[in-house]
Design a protein around this ligand. Structure first.
Ligand SMILES: *[C@@H]1O[C@H](CO)[C@@H](O)[C@H](O)[C@H]1NC(C)=O
Ligand SMILES: *[C@@H]1O[C@H](CO)[C@@H](O)[C@H](O)[C@H]1NC(C)=O
Ligand SMILES: *[C@@H]1O[C@H](CO)[C@@H](O)[C@H](O)[C@H]1NC(C)=O
Ligand SMILES: [Cu+2]
Length: 561
């Protein structure tokens, strides 16, 4: 009991009609059994710092209706988005995942990725199925444990096939140590804005429709609605109330925008208010003030908004667009009218704004203008190819008589049966140790790595285990001096160049964050410093519960996988 007493309260929140609520009912059984302890913990909540945070994620196929249309989902603790995880740098986060999934129209197994966390010496808990682990089988549990050594805005999502489409996604905020602290007054549960597309069709059916399509023109599977903190609308279903974000005149708010989409991008703006961008994907950047910005899937921004307008109601608008094969990135039509929330000043009437602000007005953020706040230079020499390892990756779609898919340098990524990490721990060190279809690229410890990605616009690439310098983005010229630093690429342009230093041994997936594209082969894996993964000061040492995941999963019938 003493060890429980030393822990902070369980900071579990659920999304409820537009607000994150503390959810006492979600407290782990140990605490529910000791209600008096719970009170002690709650009263000391604000005085405890670095700690161990224990979350319990109970996964179930809950019936949900974020946009008024009811469907079975893959939900954490019965809600979409999943609970907000809040933590401090230096905390240890444990998430016990109890897999209670039973609906075979979606995957029943699961794994969870903690998007943006480096997982130094902890690759076994990064989450992507078949790269760093075997999936967690139904009726089984696994505890992800991680030391939080970063600050900023992150998120988690399923990383088995395209399962996160079904709902398993939620926000993570890690405080504080913020050099921008003096720029805002409010930063809490009320300022997290989780944007996500929502589909009325289960992921397995979407994936089948996508990969089995031989009609390239209609292959993209489009969402039915865009949601803000789990609330959206369609024209035909019940119309849930708009989420409301309440502000007080004169206060400055740090809104944390998270693009938790599977396919769609959002164009975010707040009527009458500017956005001062201070963070991109967990990295602090020099503040830039704009009227609107575009979030690619997987990307996060923190923006400071000052409540400096007349007391009233203002539209928060995030018209949603999706990549449609063959069309320009300016197609904002997927859900242009309904992805709205309300910025309400204290003292204003509880009504919707009456204005209809034009979409896409004002100055948009140009990602190329973002400058990292500290140590901004890209690693390596300031010349093309000035790195220890250079990879040129060219990606393309293909459609043959049986399937539609994607390749990188001519090869479609197919996940191996034995996770890459397990292969490395078993002695795999060179690319010839991996099957061609694993698209596994070897990099040595300490290498400066340059990756040139050639392809068509509108594919956001996410690298696990690192942030990178965007030396050549979708816009702007080549910049080695102070390019943006983040973990999801800008997604347009004929090619982009990123650089990072191989200081984090492990197998790190790099993939398109449009989930069905990833599933259809658009991925590579960097096997970073395989020798150092297996032994030494940076080694990775999974425990028995991790080892058991594979034998349990491999013995499942296909219908349970
Ligand atoms: C935390 O990050 C710092 C800075 O990157 C690094 O030096 C340190 O080794 C990390 N600590 C752990 C436990 O990973
Ligand atoms: C959100 O992410 C999706 C998928 O990666 C992307 O297509 C979309 O453009 C993103 N939206 C925004 C607003 O960035
Ligand atoms: C990679 O692409 C760059 C830019 O087009 C080119 O200059 C370079 O020669 C290429 N390197 C290789 C190894 O193909
Ligand atoms: Cu893609």
């Amino acid at each position: 009991m003493a060890s429980i007493r030393n822990q902070p309260p369980f900071q579990t929140h659920i999304w409820n009609a537009g607000k994150w609520m503390s959810a006492a009912s979600l407290f782990p059984p140990t605490l529910v059994m000791f209600p008096s302890l719970l009170l002690t913990l709650l009263s000391s909540a604000l005085t405890i710092n670095a700690a161990t945070l224990d979350y319990v994620f109970n996964l179930a196929n809950t019936q949900l209706a974020p946009d008024g249309y009811s469907r079975a989902s893959v939900a954490v603790n019965g809600v979409f988005p999943g609970p907000l995880i809040t933590a401090n740098k230096g905390d240890t986060l444990n998430v016990l995942v109890n897999n209670g999934l039973t609906d075979s129209s979606m995957r029943k197994s699961t794994s969870i990725h903690w998007h943006g966390l480096f997982q130094h010496r902890n690759a076994q808990n990064d989450g992507p199925s078949f790269v760093t682990q075997c999936p967690i089988s139904p009726e089984h549990s696994y505890t992800y444990s991680m030391y939080l050594n970063q600050t900023g805005t992150y998120w988690y999502h399923s990383h088995l096939s395209s399962q996160y489409i079904d709902g398993l996604r939620g926000p993570i905020v890690i405080n504080p140590e913020d050099p921008h602290l003096s720029l805002y007054d409010v930063d809490d549960e009320s300022t997290v804005i989780f944007l996500a597309d929502w589909f009325h069709t289960a992921s397995s059916d979407l994936l089948a429709a996508y990969t089995l399509s031989t009609n390239t023109a209609s292959v993209e599977q489009l969402p039915q609605s865009g949601t803000i903190n789990g609330v959206g609308r369609t024209s035909t279903d019940t119309q849930p109330d708009r989420p409301v974000f309440t502000v007080t005149s004169g206060q400055r708010y740090r809104f944390r925008l998270i693009n938790g989409s599977a396919i769609s991008r959002f164009n975010f703006q707040i009527e009458g208010h500017t956005l001062t961008v201070i963070e991109a994907d967990g990295e602090n950047h020099v503040p830039i003030t704009v009227d609107r910005l575009v979030l690619q899937p997987g990307q996060r921004y923190s923006v400071v908004v000052t409540a400096d307008q007349a007391v009233g109601n203002y539209w928060i608008r995030a018209p949603m667009a999706a990549r449609v094969a063959g069309t320009a990135p300016t197609n904002w039509a997927t859900d242009s009218d309904n992805v709205n929330a309300i910025l309400r000043y204290v003292g204003a009437d509880e009504v919707e704004p009456t204005s209809t602000p034009p979409a896409l007005s004002g100055t948009a953020l140009d990602e190329a203008n973002l400058v990292p706040l500290t140590d901004p230079a890209a690693p390596g020499t300031a010349v093309a190819g000035g790195a220890d390892k250079v990879f040129n990756l060219t990606f393309a779609a293909f459609t043959d008589s049986t399937e539609h898919g994607w390749t990188v340098n001519g090869v479609k990524y197919v996940p191996p049966t034995l996770p890459t990490l397990l292969q490395i721990l078993s002695g795999a060190t060179s690319s010839s140790d991996f099957a061609t279809s694993e698209n596994t690229l070897i990099i040595e410890h300490g290498d400066v790595v340059e990756v040139n990605i050639f392809g068509v616009p509108n594919h956001p690439w996410h690298l696990h285990g690192h942030t990178f310098s965007v030396v050549k983005g979708a816009t702007g010229s080549v910049n080695y001096v102070n390019p943006p630093r983040r973990d999801v690429t800008p997604s347009s342009g004929s090619y982009i160049t990123i650089r990072f230093t191989a200081d984090n041994p492990g197998p790190w997936l790099m993939h398109c964050h449009i989930d069905l594209h990833f599933d259809a082969g658009l991925a590579v894996v960097f096997a970073e410093a395989p020798e150092q993964v297996a032994a030494g000061a940076d080694s990775v040492d999974p425990d028995d519960s991790w080892n058991e995941l594979c034998s349990i999963y491999d013995s499942l019938p296909d219908s349970d996988k």
